[in-house]
Ligand binder design. Structure first.
Ligand SMILES: Cc1ncc(COP(=O)(O)O)c(C=O)c1O
Length: 462
């Protein structure tokens, strides 16, 4: 075991982060070569005059980052430069392939260590309550309150008794749709939409109809005509950082949709999983039409997808109905997970994660503008994903295939189109899909080369 003496300023805050930074620095500088066994947490804590938990959090952050590995009973060791370590467990199966098809963003391992979260709540005297009872299907009061607090940051102020805890946004959307529509009912969406909602429609035997979009999002006149002629049950949409186009509806557009929905008594289902990204969020549709809107968000994009906690805000009169679907399908969502999310929300970890994600998204967006800017629309928004319109003479399928031949995976527009409508010539490129920015940039460079060189001649059809 090494006698490691990290340099940590006595006034550094938070201490565990300063210690993590010192560890990272010393590993990179070779002061701690691969294979070195680090001091025990107790030993280092005593020498530095800090709590054992502080050292534990620093080591946990380093472990998540792939800098060290902990082995039960043996200690914590500095890892060697194995291929793929930096990319972490979520990286592509094939290290040659740069997969930009997943809508996610890695998280900062220095913030929100799961190990320290579990340690923190481990000492709570009321922990057994989370396990020993069937809690209400809407979720526990504290978790609903934390949900109300979380959605406030997206500009939605609601009482906690309108909040329903779900197992992520996908489950939230399925639950809301099951509470509203019966087999055969028509649900409207944007012309290109989140693929998950197509899966839900298929599961619940609902019909979907995609409505046209312009530069500001869903066109109100098209929505009104559909409400008038087709008697839809609901409109599912993503007003902020739409998936896949990354567009955000301006306020006037939101107001117009809210007015039409109220006039025709059509439910609005607003999926706002990316609503934490803009610095100044616009009012959600649910704030404009509270009597017939359902707001859905989750901790997946803002914190961590494995947490599986979602928040649905339902109209007051429909909360029981939504809770009934949860009861019928799973009784209630495991309260322990909602407790973990609540802990992060209450104690600021969630805010820190969001701050990091915004910063990281900005940096990745800037890289995308630098590398692909020539081919992107002027106001391409800062988002986890880009919508890349393909210039003449590219066809989407051709571009996706030739990108794949250069070991880059992007999503064709067809994946997002509703029904058999024709798809725009475009692909979705996820900026958060790789663990490192360098790898993202490499993938984007390969796409830029491809756009530059144009499609390879094809003999198909002869
Ligand atoms: C628009 C949208 N809604 C919902 C989800 C699913 O979120 P969750 O992981 O919370 O189920 C995603 C995931 O990609 C998404 O892009």
């Amino acid at each position: 075991m090494t006698m490691w003496n990290p340099l940590v300023a006595s006034d550094a805050e938070p201490k565990y982060q300063a210690l993590f930074a010192a560890l990272q620095r010393d590993v990179e500088a070779g002061v701690l070569p691969p294979g070195t066994r680090l001091p025990t947490q107790r030993d280092l804590a005593q020498r530095l005059g800090v709590a054992i938990g502080t050292v534990g959090r620093a080591y946990a952050a380093a472990e998540q980052r792939g800098i060290v590995s902990g082995e039960v009973g043996r200690g914590t060791f500095v890892r060697g430069p194995e291929p793929g370590v930096e990319e972490g467990a979520m990286e592509e199966d094939d290290p040659e392939v740069i997969d930009l098809s997943k809508s996610r963003l890695v998280r900062d391992p220095r913030v929100g260590s799961v190990a320290s979260l579990l340690q923190t709540i481990a000492h709570r005297p009321d922990l057994d309550r989370l396990m020993d009872f069937y809690q209400p299907a809407t979720g526990m009061a504290r978790h609903r309150e934390m949900g109300a607090r979380w959605v406030r940051r997206a500009g939605l102020t609601v009482p906690a008794d309108r909040v329903i805890i779900t197992s992520g946004a996908q489950h939230g959307a399925a639950t809301v749709l099951a509470s509203l529509a019966k087999p055969g009912d028509l649900v409207l969406t944007e012309h290109v939409t989140y693929t998950g909602v197509k899966a839900i429609a298929s599961l619940l035997h609902l019909q979907l109809r995609g409505l046209p979009l312009d530069g500001q999002g869903l066109i109100p006149e098209a929505f009104e005509a559909a409400c008038r002629d087709l008697a839809p049950r609901a409109l599912y949409c993503m007003p902020t950082l739409h998936n896949p186009t990354a567009g955000t509806m301006p306020l006037g557009r939101r107001q117009a949709l809210a007015d039409i929905a109220a006039r025709y008594d059509v439910a609005l289902i607003e999926d706002d999983v990316y609503g934490f990204l803009p610095d100044q969020p616009l009012p959600p549709l649910t704030a404009l039409a509270p009597a017939n809107s359902y707001y859905i968000t989750s901790t997946s994009k803002s914190m961590a997808p494995g947490l599986r906690v979602g928040y649905v805000i339902a109209p007051e009169s429909r909360v029981d109905r939504v809770a009934g679907v949860i009861r019928a399908s799973t009784w209630l969502i495991a309260p322990l997970l909602a407790e973990l999310a609540s802990e992060w929300i209450e104690h600021g970890e969630a805010d820190a994660m969001v701050a990091w994600k915004r910063e990281e998204t900005s940096a990745r967006h800037a890289a995308a503008l630098r590398i692909l800017g020539r081919w992107l629309p002027d106001a391409t928004p800062r988002s986890f994903h880009l919508w890349l319109p393909l210039p003449e003479p590219w066809r989407t399928e051709e571009f996706v295939t030739q990108a794949r031949a250069r070991q880059v995976v992007v999503s064709p527009s067809e994946e997002f189109v509703v029904g058999r409508e024709s798809a725009p010539h475009a692909v979705r490129v996820c900026l958060g899909a790789t663990a490192s920015r360098a790898r993202l940039e490499e993938g984007l460079e390969r796409l830029a080369e491809l756009l530059e060189s144009g499609p390879a001649p094809s003999l198909s059809g002869y």
